[in-house]
Design a protein around this ligand. Structure first.
Ligand SMILES: [Zn+2]
Length: 460
């Protein structure tokens, strides 16, 4: 008896190098043309997918009234099958023994492993078998026992060697998005594991697409995120990371807030569903941190540009804030304050006054770099997202022995910054107070106030 051996590769068309163009962070022409070397986008190929592969060979039993597409008759029934998982490069080999002289091979894949499931929300979540996708099938039986299948790529309509059914599966718009969501989430999960075992998600996460309404994270079971996907690709990944970081925060915090169940829709949920003013610090932090982490992860994992903090007038234009008290209860101000912790050259930026005139243009809302001689400034905190994620973890024998507590209504931005000071050694009291001032609409203080000598302010 000779073994059958089937090999192939599964990937998804690379839409990640296009992300930055989608939200206008850079000019696609300049990136494709004049930018040299490693910054030039790679030719569009595929990003590998590590997925579960199922090989099925249908047992052929003639049945006169049910002709198959090759003119022969088949019924589904007993399936011979072998399973494997693709390697990190997307490649797979399946070997199995069978006595049949000719086989009609079918390849199914499932976007599920122990850490993650990416599913269609209409399917039953308990019955994962429902979610297999057929990405290859022979039109008729073959006797070729060593097979190398054509590339199976989601989102690439050029693979003419495939059957019509496999082609429609691989090119179905929703399947392509699910493949992208799978790749992006697995990229995040792999990196979290590399950065430290404490950082990983505690149980399997379910990413559901497409959401019937706007994107949201489930708060009762705390395992599902639903992605709407109406955004362009790049922003969709930011939305995905935002929702995943709600789950991550649940996983890495203690305590339960009543507000969690009221937290239905991101951002809007704060003002629409949650009335208790006393709890706003912890809610605004939860939301602001999800947004902060989403953009930082997008930058860290896919090399996109780093987002800068808001200038005071930008915050006022967006959120009409007037005091620090209000800022701490506002997710966008918290988002901006957290960005101050990660901005590597914080002391070179001007935050301005809140009553300055700004238009509604996105970039006018963010801080601008001031030119001039570099004065002697302290080292900015310059914390990475990985360092800041660890701030959720308590440390024995410090002022913060316990993990972050979402059940404490006072646990807002100020508390988190105190934890950063104690748990990282990267934020001194002067810089911490400066960052409070930088999101305070009433303040006019600039980062250079902590420097010896001043930058020449050339901003009009
Ligand atoms: Zn949210």
């Amino acid at each position: 008896m000779v073994a059958w051996r089937i090999s192939g590769t599964i990937d998804v068309k690379d839409r990640f190098t296009r992300f930055r163009y989608d939200i206008g962070l850079c000019d696609p022409d300049s990136a494709a043309g004049s930018v040299s070397g490693s910054q030039r986008p790679k030719p569009v190929g595929g990003v590998p997918m590590r997925v579960l592969v199922r090989l099925r060979e249908d047992e052929r039993q003639p049945r006169g009234d049910d002709a198959g597409e090759d003119g022969r008759a088949y019924i589904d029934g007993h399936w011979l099958q072998a399973r494997t998982e693709t390697r990190e490069d997307g490649g797979f080999d399946v070997t199995y023994d069978d006595v049949a002289a000719a086989q009609r091979v079918r390849i199914d894949i499932l976007l599920v492993d122990g850490d993650l499931a990416v599913l269609h929300p209409t399917g039953p979540i308990q019955d994962l078998d429902y979610h297999w996708l057929t990405v290859f099938e022979d039109p008729s039986p073959t006797e070729e026992r060593t097979r190398s299948l054509p590339l199976l790529r989601f989102g690439d309509s050029s693979a003419r060697a495939l059957s019509a059914k496999a082609m429609s599966t691989l090119n179905d718009g929703d399947n392509v998005v699910r493949a992208l969501l799978w790749f992006a989430t697995r990229t995040l999960m792999r990196r979290l594991r590399q950065e430290g075992q404490w950082l990983v998600f505690k149980k399997r996460v379910y990413v559901m697409y497409p959401a019937k309404t706007s994107s949201w994270a489930e708060v009762v079971g705390r395992r599902q995120v639903h992605i709407n996907g109406e955004e362009p690709d790049g922003l969709m990944i930011v939305v995905l990371f935002h929702e995943l970081m709600h789950i991550w925060q649940y996983d890495h915090s203690i305590g339960v807030g009543n507000w969690l169940s009221a937290f239905v829709s991101c951002r809007f949920g704060i003002s629409r569903d949650t009335r208790d003013r006393q709890e706003r610090n912890v809610i605004a932090f939860h939301e602001g941190f999800a947004e902060f982490a989403a953009w930082e992860l997008w930058h860290e994992l896919f090399g996109m540009e780093k987002v800068l903090p808001y200038r005071r007038a930008g915050l006022r234009q967006r959120e009409s804030l007037t005091t620090f008290h209000e800022a701490q209860q506002n997710w966008l101000a918290v988002f901006s304050g957290l960005l101050c912790l990660s901005t590597p050259d914080l002391f070179r930026f001007r935050f301005g006054r809140s009553d300055e005139t700004v238009t509604s243009a996105f970039f006018e809302h963010h801080v601008t770099r001031v030119s001039g001689r570099q004065p002697a400034c302290p080292a900015p905190p310059g914390l990475s997202i990985w360092q800041l994620l660890r701030v959720f973890r308590g440390k024995p024998d410090t002022f913060f022995p316990k993990d972050w507590n979402v059940g404490n209504a006072d646990n807002g931005f100020a508390t988190f910054l105190s934890r950063v000071s104690v748990l990282t050694d990267r934020l001194d009291a002067d810089t911490r107070n400066l960052i409070f001032d930088l999101i305070d609409p009433a303040s006019t203080r600039e980062p250079t106030s902590l420097c010896l000598g001043r930058l020449r302010d050339t901003d009009p």
